[in-house]
Design a protein around this ligand. Sequence first.
Ligand code: ATP
Ligand code: MG
Length: 367
Amino acid sequence: MHIHQLALKNYRNYDQMTLKFDDKINVIIGENAQGKTNLMEAIYVLAFSKSHRTPRDKELVQWEKEYAKIEGSVFKRNRYFPLEIVISSKGKKAKLNHLEQRRLSDYIGALNVVMFAPEDLNLVKGSPQVRRRFIDMEIGQIQPTYIYHLGQYQKILKQRNFLLKSLQRNQQSDRTMLQVLTEQLIEHAAFIIEKRFTFLDLLRKWAGPIHNGISRGIEQLEINYHGSIEVSEESNREKITTIYHERFAEMENREVERGSTLIGPHRDDLIFHVNGKDVQTYGSQGQQRTTALSLKLAEIELIFNEVGEYPILLLDDVLSELDDFRQSHLLNTIQGKVQTFVSTTSVEGIKHETLEKAELFRIENGK
Ligand code: ATP
Ligand code: MG
């Protein structure tokens, strides 16, 4: 798949702009603060209906303007189709084939995007929340029902935490409602965990060899799921449900004491090992970057595996950070099959052979 055309209106520092892209490599060149990341972000928002760098949609609307609009023409499964996102103070509208999609799970997944930016190092170095967001977003764009279950889970979790707080303060003592919410929570939790296990299985299959390749055969990457309940990854949804029931029953008094839900997918994490050692604690900067990059490249293959077409790859400010070998390895892996956007402040950091094949865009102050 590829994005054929993108039109922006009042988006960040872009007043109005329409661009046609190459279906292979597009290089975005510009000094700092000219709009390179904004352009990549707009493509990301078109895919996910939200930004990779802020949860607040209104930041995307140009200062003093009423609304922002992103329109894209996407080529997928041998045909072109339009996507549109409009953000205003009234909220957000997402249109697929000119039809408004009320449920985001009906919109997300139409365009598949993988982004790799400097802050993705946080996948390895950052908090568990960053890693949970990573798996949730990735599964979500392959399986829209996952987004539905995740949304339901979060809604019930909030209600349940609220109730636990009031039980903690002894404002009520009847626990019937708590058990009802626990029951509902488990239903979605088991779905989420089952999908995460399936996803991890595939992620390992791809990320391991990719990591090994980038590190010239020296490093072995291992990915482990660190769950708040103990359950084998071979377990099906029923088995996971049973274990959650047992654990929640054991935890009930402690949860009331603490006024919070102490187990569930929102408490889980991923742990990465390179050659047997935890990369977060012991890895060098280069090993951490290789791990993050391997995960992202694995994602590309995973999406291909599920969707039957390669996603679009956004490389914001990262290509020139990689040494010659890694840059070549990366570009060889995606060569010709993945529409790629590369941003850079100077062409010097980018290999000559890449530039020769690319369409170049020079960005200056949102133009
Ligand atoms: P760098 O090389 O430093 O990463 P960049 O080209 O990626 O730079 P962007 O992050 O795209 O730069 O930002 C460009 C400009 O957009 C910034 O100067 C910022 O002030 C401006 N900007 C951000 N949000 C808005 C907004 N809502 N309205 C108008 N301008 C904005
Ligand atoms: Mg930038």
